[in-house]
Design a binder for this molecule. Structure first.
Ligand code: AMP
Ligand code: MG
Length: 400
């Protein structure tokens, strides 16, 4: 079968994805969820004109020309604190003591900060001139009633949750959490915490994938480690398809005698063949199919291969299922800090640290090496070629 490029594979996987259903969640719990509807402000914020300073609300015309040598003297007609209902000045030549956040009297047009007064309680000396609307926040300064606050498909951040709360919303419409099932396959796999027998290794892929899926706000509803056994894998796959929106497996996708995944998936009832093989290293034997409409991404068992392809293909699909429209591909252009000497028969993905300008490729990039990834923050896409890539060359980095 013809191998797809990374971009073709991503297109194929995301274009066929349908976003999961929706629910309302409290604004407190909404951060990190994906908004499912446009949000429009039902009211203005602030709802009334308010004082930006502790001082005196007055008409600026009444303190024109005022200075320390020649203060204006006004009668103090009352006091307004934040939360008070508000009151008018009533007459000319009058001020109202006002605190930050209090309603500006409808017939006042200026607030003189208290530092420019004698802090008078019955009469106040004003030592500075005002300007129209000085220290007055108009109603709707943040947003006006009917204004769009955010669009469907955006990730809810703390600003959005708090802006929605200030528009009076107690809950937000979001996509429900995507349910993910994870299956690690390999006869050699043991679970962390178990004693290790000869020839076995610990299943680290499920740890990486669980952590990342949780990071993206998914529910990991099924998580299994299974041997290289056709019936056992098919049985777990059946459970996974019943429980989850998205199934991710690792191991057994290549051409070895124990690489059972392609056969199981291709012959699974309801399987639509997707692709098997991408033009990228690591992760060349990546397998993707839909079974009864559910996406199944089968990654190579090598921990770094699984991690890299999860980031580059698995995450965009996750975002599509979450209905995200503001995500990825998080691609930047960076300057290679050191030469990359190795030949690249096809696109090569390596881990690196990107400081916003230069990228340093980590040492120890073999597919089984995970330590190299510790503290890295990007994947570096090195184009195919036989010649070394010199330091200073521009490369693409995918920030994670
Ligand atoms: P496979 O893709 O099944 O051929 O596995 C490739 C390599 O990755 C082998 O060395 C496996 O032992 C290793 N491997 C497979 N699955 C895992 C896993 N879940 N955690 C850690 N290493 C794994
Ligand atoms: Mg294997």
């Amino acid at each position: 079968m013809k191998r797809l490029t990374l971009e073709q594979a991503r297109q194929y996987m995301t274009s066929g994805a349908e976003a999961v259903g929706t629910e309302w969640v409290s604004v407190y719990d909404s951060i990190g969820r994906v908004l499912s509807e446009d949000i429009t402000a039902a009211m203005s914020q602030p709802p009334f004109p308010r004082s930006a300073m502790d001082g005196y609300a007055l008409r600026w015309e009444d303190v024109q020309g005022a200075s320390r040598e020649n203060p204006a003297v006004l009668r103090v007609a009352g006091r307004l604190c934040a939360g008070d209902e508000g009151m008018p000045l009533g007459k000319e030549g009058v001020a109202i003591r006002i605190m930050t956040g209090a309603v500006i009297p409808p017939d006042a047009n200026c607030v003189i900060r208290q530092e420019d007064t004698d802090y008078g309680e019955e009469w106040v000396k004003i030592f500075a001139e005002g300007r129209p609307q000085m220290n007055c926040c108009p109603a709707g300064e943040d947003f006006a009633q009917g204004e769009k606050l955010a669009s469907a498909g955006m990730l809810v951040d703390a600003y959005l949750a708090s802006a929605a709360a200030s528009a009076g919303m107690a809950a937000l419409p979001v996509r429900r959490r995507v349910k993910v099932a994870l299956i690690s396959s390999g006869e050699e796999l043991c679970l962390p915490g178990e004693p290790l027998s000869p020839g076995k290794i610990y299943d680290s892929n499920r740890v990486y994938l669980t952590a990342r899926c949780r990071h993206f706000g998914c529910d990991v509803v099924l998580s299994k480690t299974v041997g290289d056994d056709k019936e056992a894998i098919a049985g777990n796959l059946k459970e996974a398809l019943a429980a989850a929106d998205y199934v991710i497996t690792t191991g057994g996708v290549s051409v070895g005698q124990k690489d059972l995944m392609p056969g199981i998936i291709k012959n699974y009832p309801g399987a639509e063949p997707g692709f098997h093989g991408i033009l990228v290293k690591p992760g060349m034997p990546t397998l993707f199919a839909r079974i009864c409409g559910r996406p199944v991404l089968s990654l190579s068992g090598n921990p770094y291969s699984a991690a890299a392809i999860f980031e580059l293909l698995g995450v965009p699909l996750l975002h599509a299922l979450q209905g995200r429209r503001d995500a990825g591909p998080f691609m930047h252009t960076a300057v290679l800090a050191e030469a990359f000497p190795k030949k690249r028969p096809c696109l090569r993905i390596v881990r690196g640290y990107y400081d916003g300008e230069k990228v340093l490729v980590a040492a120890g990039q073999k597919n089984g090496q995970m330590k190299a990834g510790i503290g890295t923050n990007c994947l570096v896409l090195l184009p195919a070629g036989t010649a070394p890539i010199p330091a200073g060359e521009t490369v693409k980095v995918y920030q994670i």
